[in-house]
Design a protein around this ligand. Structure first.
Ligand SMILES: NC(=O)C1=CN([C@@H]2O[C@H](COP(=O)(O)OP(=O)(O)OC[C@H]3O[C@@H](n4cnc5c(N)ncnc54)[C@H](OP(=O)(O)O)[C@@H]3O)[C@@H](O)[C@H]2O)C=CC1
Ligand SMILES: Nc1nc2c(ncn2[C@@H]2O[C@H](COP(=O)(O)O)[C@@H](O)[C@H]2O)c(=O)[nH]1
Length: 328
């Protein structure tokens, strides 16, 4: 394993192949996760300024994957019940504290089996996370369990062996993250290379989490082994996302804060996240449509018809030279 050859999204360009499509609209961006097929390999982060119940419902109704956050724990049981009563998938998050075991028991007692459960902890390669994954798989074996967050191939193997149906890779690359500064650890600055290393070890799907700044980074993530991309900051600025709207010098922004920030925790203890403003971006449907169109273009450049065709393209590493000062 070569931890010394590292790169990130902005260091990589994918190389085009002979195109075979008459129109980019023929490119299929759908993705299968567990027993379900979703329109895009993209999921808004399970953070309180990114997703809430109405947005979760909107995404589920329209065929997109979602993961509800775990920061209003008392609402989760009714959330599962309400979604499933409306024939929608229930996808929730849990932590690892003792009361979370009680919550899993409560779901079981109520006869509720969420389609997806994400075990959401900063350092997922840890005995308590392995224990929680095992407990969920024993208690609710039909729930698809996503375990994270991880940074190494060993972590992926250990969590898969514990029973996780998918793993989530990314410790420290997030826009609201200060883990790399406060602890010295993580995949910040080399998330794409960490994804590649983890994907080589994985036997089950990987969700890459954090560090996506442009739609083209989704195609790059697929190329380097992701099945799905979890995205926070690019989603936080929409009408439908929960963060507060802030106006400054005539421009509109929305509040985005880390799940391990003081604002989330309500106290300054083990803080590994910050609060920032992200540009207001209008309707989330417009962004989802643009993500789809850009990914369809990516598939056409790959010379393919579907997401899997991205996995075979060649690439070059052009350290620090892609952006070239350009932005849009
Ligand atoms: N993807 C990322 O890079 C990161 C994401 N986050 C997000 O922030 C939120 C809060 O995260 P997190 O701090 O895990 O959640 P919690 O504060 O809920 O911690 C979960 C439990 O694990 C324990 N714990 C936490 N970190 C460690 C560790 N490094 N070693 C041993 N035990 C630990 C905590 O105990 P105690 O507090 O007593 O240690 C607590 O009991 C999550 O949503 C997470 O995804 C946070 C940081 C990085
Ligand atoms: N280190 C921290 N990471 C955090 C925190 N809150 C969330 N996150 C992670 O970031 C991604 C989103 O990243 P983005 O680059 O798309 O904005 C999210 O899914 C979490 O994994 C935090 O407080 N500290």
């Amino acid at each position: 394993m070569d931890f010394n050859t590292v790169f990130d999204y902005e260091d990589v360009q994918l190389i085009p192949n002979l195109g075979i499509l008459e129109s980019r609209s023929q490119a299929d961006t759908s993705v299968k996760l567990g027993r379900y097929t979703f329109k895009l390999p993209v999921v808004p982060a399970n953070m309180q300024t990114v997703i809430d119940e109405p947005l979760a419902r909107h995404l589920a109704v329209n065929g997109y994957f979602y993961v509800m956050h775990r920061f209003e724990p008392a609402k989760r049981l009714d959330f599962v019940k309400n979604m499933q009563s409306d024939q929608l998938i229930a996808s929730i998050s849990v932590g690892i504290k003792p009361e979370e075991y009680q919550f899993i028991d409560d779901l079981k007692s109520a006869g509720l089996v969420p389609e997806f459960i994400t075990v959401d902890v900063a350092h997922g390669h840890a005995a308590p996370v392995i224990d929680m994954v095992k407990y969920i798989k024993k208690t609710l074996p039909d729930s698809f369990v996503i375990a994270g967050n991880l940074a190494t191939p060993e972590a992926v193997r250990d969590l898969e062996n514990a029973g996780a149906d998918a793993t989530k890779v990314g410790v420290g690359p997030g826009k609201a993250c200060i883990t790399k500064l406060k602890t010295g650890f993580g995949t910040g600055g080399w998330q794409l290379a960490a994804l590649r290393l983890c994907a080589k070890a994985a036997k089950k799907p990987i969700i890459t989490d954090g560090g996506i700044r442009h739609n083209g980074d989704i195609a790059k993530s697929i190329r380097f082994g992701a099945t799905m991309c979890m995205i926070g900051s690019l989603f936080a600025g929409h009408d439908e996302t929960p963060g507060e709207v802030v106006e400054m010098n005539g421009d509109k922004f929305k509040m985005y804060f880390g799940s391990a920030s003081q604002f989330q925790k309500g106290e300054y203890k083990h803080v590994e996240g910050k609060k920032l403003l992200v540009p207001y971006r209008g309707s989330v449907d417009t962004t989802l449509r643009e993500m789809k169109e850009d990914l369809q273009s990516s598939i056409s450049y790959a010379g393919g018809r579907e997401l899997a065709d991205l996995k075979r393209v060649d690439y070059v590493i052009v350290k620090n030279s892609i952006s070239n000062g350009d932005s849009y």
